[in-house]
Design a protein around this ligand. Structure first.
Ligand code: TYD
Length: 205
């Protein structure tokens, strides 16, 4: 079963993921992330830091996704494992249309076409939502900011996320990221546990 965690920068994904590691340890999940921990993921981070053009950036993020599926996600799902990914294709569908706006006529359609035929749809996606000002105030002021970590960009990203969730309510669970971190973690962990145990009782054909 494939679970993805999404949200704007500063939404508390890292804190949530760390706590899920403890709360779900008995299920032995595979925790993974995009951009990935491979040289392809490293290339993506370099492209973002160097402000490569948005098409290059989108294709690198997508290449990282392909490598991620091939090397980690598909083998783990084939083995019946619970897989939890910190960011996944919805990050592309939420972030890249903001930077591709004005460059392509329909960025979301283009991105969806790039993923069509090989990407794997998550079973469930938890979207952490909070006001952009709160998210920005949570970011470490000492850390170097990615250019995504800007009020205008993150507002567009969050709007895209909410539209994605509205289009696919069966998959998305919207989580109020202003709730205390422990409450968020307990809720998400319970949902994942229930879903995973019932998928094992009723495996997909
Ligand atoms: P990352 O370094 O993982 O940061 P975070 O801890 O915030 O997840 O991700 C780098 C940035 O890349 C982050 O601002 C989100 C953005 N991003 C995209 O724009 N498109 C994508 O497809 C992905 C996976 C991430």
């Amino acid at each position: 079963m494939l679970i993805t965690i999404e949200g704007i920068d500063g939404s508390g994904k890292s804190t949530l993921l760390a706590r899920l590691g403890e709360l779900l340890a008995d299920l032995d999940p595979l925790f993974t992330r995009e951009p990935g921990a491979t040289w392809v993921g490293e290339a993506v981070r370099r492209a973002v830091a160097a402000r490569m053009d948005p098409i290059t950036e989108a294709l690198l993020f997508s290449a990282d996704h392909a490598a991620h599926i091939d090397t980690l996600i598909r083998p783990a799902l084939d083995a019946g494992k619970l897989v939890i990914s910190d960011r996944y294709s919805d990050s592309r569908f939420a972030y890249q249309p903001v930077v591709l706006d004005g460059i392509l006529p329909d960025p979301l359609l283009w991105l969806r076409q790039i993923h069509a035929g090989w990407s794997i749809r998550p079973d469930r996606t938890f979207l952490l939502v909070l006001p952009v000002e709160d998210a920005l105030s949570r970011l470490d002021p000492a850390a170097k900011r990615e250019y995504f970590e800007d009020d205008r960009i993150l507002s567009g990203v969050q709007e895209n996320y909410l539209n994605l969730a509205a289009d696919d309510p069966a998959r998305f669970v919207i989580v109020d990221a202003l709730l205390p971190a422990e409450e968020v973690a307990q809720f998400v962990a319970d949902e994942i546990r229930t879903g995973f145990l019932s998928s094992r009782r009723h495996p997909r054909a």
